[in-house]
Write a protein that binds this ligand. Structure first.
Ligand code: GLU
Length: 297
């Protein structure tokens, strides 16, 4: 006879000795004890969503470029980071009713920084690619461009075909690196920390061209002391729809940001900001030839 059987027998014989009342009250106590111990554990507190985290903190931390004219760069007069991407973040921060903190990112750091939670959102000239969608999410497209090449005006390089056997500079972690390798497998790609470094290499004759999105090239060319020395050449070699980088799997925040973008477009605020940076009177003219995806009500 094992221990359990022995104790059941003992309890039964005790019942017989002490009478039914004692037994039933003992049974009730056992039942209560059991109910207390088998009660479902308190539900774990639901993790705060990004919107609540941002509101509690009182600021939106936005990853932006700090050396990519005119998307995110340091304004020499004020020493502040300004640009089209900064204005996108500013709108979202205002809609959330919080301050905006800008954190400089590069093409290589913008995704890991967002995935690790050191930024809440990335507005950093980032193309929405399916291959980038594994660890972060993206907003709807908020800017549209394509990749070209920037060369010395008298270099004789007219298209990507002329880059065979030549060195081409671009930024580490960009789509530009991959696109140029596909478009011109016979060139050597040198990846720099950022586009200003690639442009410096072009000026020093270390590369024959810089390649990335056409507006970034326009930013390099037209913020140079001698824009007339440089030419943006050839056809687009890719489509680069920009999305705001967002934390993975937070659909409330994603909806909030998408709603903000659509609201900007519908109210004309987007076009105002766009024209400020890329309009006819700007130094970085890029006609607005596409329309934002607007969800019907
Ligand atoms: N839009 C491209 C990308 O996301 C090139 C510009 C950049 O490096 O930020 O990679």
């Amino acid at each position: 006879m094992n221990f359990i059987h022995r104790s059941v027998l003992l309890a039964l014989s005790l019942c017989l000795v002490l009478g039914v009342a004692a037994c039933s009250s003992q049974g009730q106590q056992e039942a209560k004890k059991e109910a207390a111990t088998s009660e479902a554990p308190a539900a774990p507190e639901k993790a705060l969503g990004k919107i609540d985290q941002i509101k509690q903190r009182g600021k939106l931390v936005c990853g932006v470029k700090d050396a990519v004219v005119p998307f995110g760069y340091v304004d020499e007069a004020t020493n502040q980071i300004v640009g089209f991407d900064v204005d996108m973040c500013d709108y979202v921060a205002k809609k959330l009713g919080v301050e905006l903190e800008l954190k400089p990112v590069t093409s290589a750091t913008r995704i890991p920084m967002l995935a690790q939670g050191s930024t809440d959102i990335a507005a950093a000239t980032m193309t929405h690619k399916l291959s980038r969608d594994d660890v972060i999410d993206f907003s709807i497209t908020y800017f549209m461009d394509g990749q070209k090449i920037l060369v010395g005006k008298d270099s004789g390089v007219k298209s990507v075909a002329d880059l065979a056997g030549k060195k081409v500079g671009t930024a580490k972690g960009s789509t530009s690196e991959k696109n140029i390798k596909e478009a011109q497998p016979d060139c050597t790609v040198l990846s720099f920390e950022g586009y200003p470094q690639a442009f410096l290499a072009l000026k020093q004759g270390k590369v024959a061209a810089v390649t990335t999105d056409s507006t970034i090239l326009l930013g390099l060319k037209n913020s140079d002391d001698h824009p007339e020395n440089w030419a943006i050449m050839g056809d687009y070699i890719s489509a680069e729809p920009y999305g705001l980088g967002l934390p993975e799997n937070d659909s409330d925040f994603r909806d909030f940001v998408n709603t903000a973008l659509m609201e900007m477009w519908n109210s004309g605020e987007y076009q105002k900001i766009y024209n400020k940076w890329f309009g006819k009177d700007s130094k970085y003219y890029l006609p607005l030839t596409w329309e934002m995806e607007i969800w019907p009500k």
